[in-house]
Write a protein that binds this ligand. Structure first.
Ligand code: PMP
Length: 458
């Protein structure tokens, strides 16, 4: 006889059989449209984090719903080893079109971890197929997040996430994420960018270049670093170093890709062509589970010639997910949503910056387009963090939610603790809706300052 989990005190709902990471139960959602979600009591909240930076074109988009309905009526699932299907072919072509020249081979999956896992495995099979079987180490950054499957977790820089699984994984080398904004070394940003990139070269040499397969990074950080953007000098230098040592460059664009930052890929801001790209979240935009690995022909051909890519997932390239992905791209183009993300992102960032004088515990505002984060500090001069016991990252989320706004937060920073939250509304957000978001955030920060006794002016 199944025993459902008991509800918390004061929660009148029936017990639940479901469980996720924690015991906590959330309100029941009943409907979502545009940037809003309604719970079962009719209360409306703004989805200021697009779910987990997923619902890039907003909820309930008629074009996507219609395309999915049409595809469901035609065929929902066709197995790729039996037939090709047109939506998957068209989506692959559309993605190749949007990626830098040379990135033109697409492998579909159903999520971000699967996309990262696929990149790691294609990279390894390429090395084996080309007589470089000694290469297997994948260098990544600390902190970082690349997913929760064991392979993706082994390149994730977050001790608490990986600790229980350590004996089951191969420990992969990590270099510091380029948290140049924290440094007080007297160098200018250009020099700091080069210094962080050179840490990759040092690590490749320390490991032995003949053992290093790839370097994986989020071009614009996600939740792990709070929308971390490196100095401009970092990106081309990383590409140069990878080329010098024959190390493949993997861009994890799961959060930064699909247009959210104002360009289709985060790496496009610096004109970088990686060897492999992992894409998900905004690709299916929450309408379907969808992800992709995009690779260069240079990598794919030797693997296929050597007998094929030993990898694949049942749902890969199914027509329903592909049709939804195509309609998402059409919607982005039809309404210039990348342009809107750039414009509204600039407006939102300026408004967040403008909060600093009133709330001096805001140490940094960063990001690009609508991938933006705010970091809290106890002292903006030294950038010292707030005491952990204040639990500011969790409190700010709860206070915002009570006021009708969803934001996303974490407590990780440059290998040490630090509180930040992300504000990432859907790319359809309007200036009027940004006013709404800012009014709630203002009130939220005031409540947080009062509750935690942080400096502020009313
Ligand atoms: N990489 C990055 C940068 C991510 O942000 C995430 C998800 N937050 C993942 C990988 C893993 O994606 P998923 O949860 O869809 O497996």
């Amino acid at each position: 006889m199944a025993t459902p989990a008991a509800p918390a005190a004061g929660d009148n709902r029936p017990p639940s059989h479901l469980f996720y990471q924690a015991r906590l139960r959330r309100p029941l959602a009943s409907r979502a449209e545009g940037i809003y979600i309604w719970d079962e009591t009719g209360r409306r909240v703004i989805d200021g984090s697009s779910g987990a930076m997923v619902v890039n074109i907003g909820h309930g988009n008629p074009r996507v719903l219609e395309a999915m309905k049409r595809q469901m009526e035609a065929a929902t699932f066709i197995y790729r080893l039996h037939f090709e299907n047109e939506p998957a072919e068209r989506l692959a072509a559309a993605l190749a079109d949007r990626c830098p020249a040379g990135l033109d081979r697409v492998f579909f999956v159903s999520g971000g971890s699967e996309a990262v896992e696929s990149c790691l495995k294609l990279a390894r099979q390429y090395a084996v197929a080309t007589g470089q079987g000694s290469r297997f180490k994948v260098i990544s950054r600390f902190p970082s997040y690349h997913g929760s499957t064991l392979g993706a977790l082994s390149v994730t820089g977050h001790a608490a996430f990986s600790a229980p699984f350590a004996p089951m994984m191969h420990e992969m080398p990590k270099i510091p994420a380029p948290t140049a904004y924290l440094d007080r070394d007297g160098l200018d940003m250009a020099a700091r960018g080069r210094r962080y990139a050179d840490m990759l070269e040092d690590e490749i040499r320390r490991q032995g270049p003949e053992t290093v397969l790839a370097f994986i990074m989020e071009p614009i950080g996600g939740a792990s670093t709070g929308a971390l953007v490196a100095p401009d000098t970092y990106y081309p230098r990383i590409r140069e170093i990878c080329d010098r040592y024959g190390v493949l460059l993997i861009h994890d664009e799961v959060m930064s890709g699909a247009g959210r930052t104002g360009r289709y890929l985060g790496g496009d801001h610096w004109g970088i062509t990686p060897d492999l790209v992992a894409l998900s979240k905004g690709l299916g935009a929450g309408y379907v589970p969808l992800g992709a690995m995009i690779a260069s022909e240079k990598l794919v051909r030797p693997v296929l010639d050597a007998g094929g890519f030993q990898h694949g997932f049942t749902y890969a390239g199914n027509p329903l997910a592909s049709a939804a992905g195509l309609a998402v791209l059409d919607e982005i183009d039809a309404h210039d949503l990348m342009g809107n993300a750039a414009r509204m992102g600039a407006l939102l960032k300026a408004r967040l910056e403008a909060l600093k004088p009133r709330f001096p515990f805001i140490g940094d505002v960063r990001g690009k387009g609508l991938l933006l984060a705010v970091e809290f500090v106890s002292d903006p001069e030294t950038m010292a963090t707030l005491p952990r016991e204040l639990n500011a990252h969790a409190r700010v989320v709860d206070l915002a939610f009570e006021r009708g706004l969803i934001i996303y937060s974490r407590r990780t920073r440059g290998g040490i603790d630090g509180d930040h939250f992300l504000v990432c509304p859907p790319m359809i957000v309007t200036a009027g809706e940004i006013d709404e978001i800012m009014a709630i955030l203002d009130d939220t920060l005031l409540a947080l300052a009062r509750e935690l006794n942080l400096p502020h002016s009313a």
